[in-house]
Design a protein around this ligand. Structure first.
Ligand code: SF4
Ligand code: SF4
Length: 55
């Protein structure tokens, strides 16, 4: 997963939607864990379109 950090507003929506607990929100940082399977669900809930699949 890729995150456009300048767009993210730390709302936490992506964290709550991941059923693999693969996204963690730190104070001003989002991290994706290795168990992310690129399902894309979090991309759809991000209100600012900050997430995308890695190339
Ligand atoms: S792509 Fe899917 S598995 Fe990966 S962080 Fe987003 S919701 Fe979780
Ligand atoms: S849903 Fe989008 S704006 Fe909200 S924390 Fe996740 S990446 Fe950032």
């Amino acid at each position: 997963m890729e995150i456009e950090r300048s767009m993210c507003m730390w709302c936490g929506a992506c964290v709550g939607t991941c059923n693999r607990n693969a996204v963690t929100l730190y104070e001003t940082r989002i991290e994706f864990e290795d168990n992310c399977n690129d399902c894309g669900v979090c991309i759809k809930v991000c209100p600012v379109g900050a997430l995308s699949l890695s190339e």
